[in-house]
Design a protein around this ligand. Structure first.
Ligand SMILES: [Zn+2]
Length: 493
């Protein structure tokens, strides 16, 4: 008799527990289903409006976009993330407005026949070019590096005074090991510009048509980014093929600089703002568990893009997509009846494209004690594809597990991961800045690209997005973070 009573009590408890967990799940799914691709696309359309000018960090357009995000967080009931009750965390951020597309003109042959290259098909104006017109003979200078301690000098035995340089980005060393560390300081565009200027170059044709504000503004130094096809064309009549040049230097680690016997003219019109500032937008949802709320999960995405160098570069995929995804996750977590047990902090970084200024500010002036941060999850380019990649998950299986489980149960997308790998080169994402500062990070991006990727390009607009994957990314974050926030088997280090 006694045994039967006890058994029925246990069964009753199990039944109650089951009803509870079913209700709990139903409550969570109610919010889950409220996340829609339609809303995400609308938000991405907002952030890519001309009034934000392509969200160049430091500019009034970026500032307006940051204010829009702060207003959205406030409306959603997400609290300001800074101690002074503000959503905006400021830092210095010089920038330049590119006022016209400028021009790039080749003069070649006996009669100096002119060829005008076209914007935006052939070239982009330099985001931090000086204003003016420069004209001179073209000199190919490889990677534009003088590294005596590495026995490498692209400028050895070549005069570049008053010349226009044709230069590669990056460094000739291709390994990812401690030797790359020695090359790191030479990989910055700013170093290359400075070096070219101090040796007397008049201007620069930088190979790779990628608008990039992560460069220096130098008085009188005019430059443009050209496509590889244009570089190939500039080498016509020499016995060299552009495509083979940089790979030969990389293979031999021997410079190969030479004069092209052709002239080029570059014009640019810009306005530089050396004393500007920019900001991160930071929101916070305090944890619901009295003990666990002392620990936080940081969810980050850069809000800034590359501005309007010659025309609007909308920055929809890079990184309107990540921004609207963490905004959707913030709205869902704030609206959810089931609250995250740990604290969740949302950071929309500024200054990423200018040199990771926003994430550097965030690790220098943390809004939450570092030792109480469980992990930082970064989103960059999460709006074009059919699957997900959540990097570092193989090194942090406890952090990865909730996302893998929720994906398997509710989203059924391909979800891959990878081991954490030290990067010996220069950090190129906000996540890398947190990695370097000793945080555990996961980075989410979309895989299985469906549409053409227009990286730092005028066509990176909302047509370049696949909204369904953005919806699923926000859903994955909502479910995964709820789980991660309440998991007592893991803790901040
Ligand atoms: Zn990006």
């Amino acid at each position: 008799m006694m045994i039967t009573k006890r058994l029925s009590l246990i069964l009753l408890c199990l039944f109650a527990l089951n009803v509870y967990s079913q209700d709990h799940e139903k409550t969570i799914l109610k919010t889950f289903h409220s996340i829609s691709s339609h809303d995400l696309l609308n938000d991405a359309a907002e952030l890519t409006l001309p009034k934000y000018g392509g969200r160049l960090s430091g500019s009034p357009g970026y500032q307006a976009a940051a204010q829009w995000v702060a207003d959205q967080l406030k409306q959603a009931g997400v609290k300001p993330g800074l101690n002074d009750g503000s959503y905006l965390q400021y830092f210095p951020n010089a920038y330049s407005d590119v006022l016209t597309p400028g021009s790039v003109t080749l003069l070649a042959g006996k009669n100096n026949a002119k060829k005008d290259y076209k914007f935006p098909d052939d070239y982009f104006p330099g985001s931090n070019s000086a204003t003016g017109t420069v004209f001179g003979e073209i000199v190919y200078v490889g990677f534009g590096i003088s590294a005596p301690e590495l026995g490498y000098d692209d400028y050895k035995d070549i005069d570049i005074k008053g010349k226009i340089l044709l230069m590669e980005t990056g460094v000739p060393y291709t390994g990812n090991d401690s030797i790359l560390q020695k090359w790191e300081k030479y990989s910055y565009h700013r170093y290359k510009f400075q070096r070219a200027k101090e040796l007397g170059a008049a201007g620069l044709l930088y190979v790779g048509k990628v608008a990039n504000p992560n460069t220096s503004y130098l008085e009188g130094f005019v430059y443009a980014h050209i496509s590889e096809q244009v570089a190939e064309e500039l080498l016509d009549g020499t016995n060299k093929k552009y495509a083979e040049l940089s790979s030969a230097i990389k293979k031999s680690l021997q410079p190969n600089s030479f004069t092209l016997n052709k002239k080029v003219q570059i014009s640019a019109k810009t306005k530089h703002f050396p004393d500007s500032r920019s900001c991160n937008v930071v929101g916070i949802i305090e944890g619901s568990d009295p003990k666990l709320k002392a620990e936080a999960i940081i969810l980050g995405a850069h809000l800034d893009a590359v501005g309007s160098p010659g025309c609007l570069f909308p920055g929809a995929l890079d990184n309107g997509s990540g921004s609207v995804d963490i905004l959707a996750a913030a709205r869902a977590l704030a609206a959810s009846e089931v609250k995250p047990a740990r604290t969740v902090i949302f950071v929309f970084f500024g200054g990423e494209e200018c040199g990771l200024y926003g994430s550097k500010k965030c690790v220098e002036s943390p809004v939450w004690p570092k030792e109480k941060v469980l992990c930082m999850i970064n989103l960059d380019m999460v709006g074009n594809g059919t699957g997900f990649h959540l990097s570092n998950g193989k090194s942090y299986p406890d952090l990865f597990r909730p996302f893998a489980e929720k994906n398997k149960k509710y989203l059924h997308r391909e979800l891959n991961s990878s081991e954490y790998r030290i990067n010996y080169g220069r950090p190129r994402t906000d996540a890398a800045v947190f990695d370097k500062a000793g945080y555990r990070t996961l980075s989410l991006w979309t895989s299985g690209t469906v549409k053409t990727v227009y990286y730092h390009h005028p066509l990176d607009n909302t047509d370049a997005l696949t909204p369904e994957i953005m919806e699923d990314a926000a859903k994955l974050l909502y479910l995964g973070i709820l789980d991660l926030a309440s998991d007592e088997t893991i803790s901040a280090r």
